[in-house]
Design a protein around this ligand. Sequence first.
Ligand SMILES: *Cc1c(COP(=O)(O)O)cnc(C)c1O
Length: 463
Amino acid sequence: MSRSAHPAGPRYADVLPEGHYSPPPTDLNALDARVWSRTVARDADGVITVAGLRVTDLAEEFGTPAFFLDEEDFRARCRAWRDAFGDEADVFYAGKAFLSRAIVRWLYEEGLNLDVCSGGELVTALDAGMPAERIALHGNNKSTEEITRAVEAGVGRIVVDSFQELARVAYIAERAGRRQRVQIRVTVGVEAHTHEFIATAHEDQKFGLALAGGQAAEAVRRALKLDGVELVGIHSHIGSQIFDTSGFEVAAHRVVGLLKEIHEEHGVQLPEIDLGGGLGIAYTSDDDPREPHEIATALRAIVTRECAAAGLAVPRISVEPGRAVVGPTAFTLYEVGTVKELPGLRTYVSVDGGMSDNIRTALYDAEYSVALASRTSTAEPMLTRVVGKHCESGDIVVKDAFLPADVAPGDLLAVPATGAYCRSMASNYNHALRPPVVAVRDGGARVIVRRETEEDLLRLDVG
Ligand SMILES: *Cc1c(COP(=O)(O)O)cnc(C)c1O
């Protein structure tokens, strides 16, 4: 199978042909359980609630735009991943999807490990008390300071991305009197998105060392000779928003092939393989992601079969879901400011946030759902585009959305599945104040990342 993939999946074509839109949903007031976090419902007045709290009350207390994160849902997803993989595998939450000190504590309590990819993520993890041995450090250009900090803290592994970095890690660890556990990140020539994957020899991308041409094998050769590092495994990460495990089959086949080569050449069997993250979630009702236990079963079977064929013992597997843990746990609440009808085209509904709190639509043509949250309506469905308030025509939150035709200024809109790569990629574009993240649980709400203030902005601007 080979189709050219858009960064967010081939499904996300830029311009849909006329008449391509999915028909309007039969019930605009319904909330699809696949897209919303588990405690979301509508109360008797038709107001959306989460953890028993009405969005109208939440908007009054915390303002809009704001992210509301369903703690029970987050913890349940952590447990589902941990239980699916059991004791013979490790689940590393990819902190880049969304990280805060509360998140770190929940991960710790639910038995997950944590991937970080910068000094800032590392300091957040350590400050919130994640044991260093449960942290992995990623990145294609880790600074000397970041590596030093990670080595001194005693992180469980550093995922090495280049020859220079391998030497750097070994040097820093040796000087610190340590032997740092490392994995080598390889590119296996598989790029997977949604239901498609592309398999080539080489990947034209910045991460990892290529299997093809022997760069990965050369990195292994060097790592095995360095006193400062203990090579424990091979790492591969193949894509994002993946629904189908067939890309992982090709990746695992190629990674196990390298393990076999290493065994033949050096007489060592590396004890770990990491298959990365990239597992998909439902952004709209059209998406039908696999459950963690289905993914775990499939990956385990693939690795077991490949190792049996190669005559190797099955290594310890790890996976790194980010989006699939936190994505579905949060929604963004916005207030409608203006509604502008373009006769014969569509209606633009402007909300009080936009590309500063969700860049994914502009960056990847990502699809989202949206619901009128502060009330139900019996008005006819109307094709809208939900847009932000930024000075940029690409500032789109939901490209094609059916909303009740009576949507009006002052209504609250909720966009589900914004837990991953929204707050973490938020910007201050137009000097926007980045929204808060409010954790909700059992009828209680608590700010875990506060809203930025004008003082925050002015403090950075030293005049
Ligand atoms: C981004 C990333 C992840 C997480 O990806 P998701 O799509 O959020 O699951 C995991 N591992 C690595 C190496 C990554 O770069």
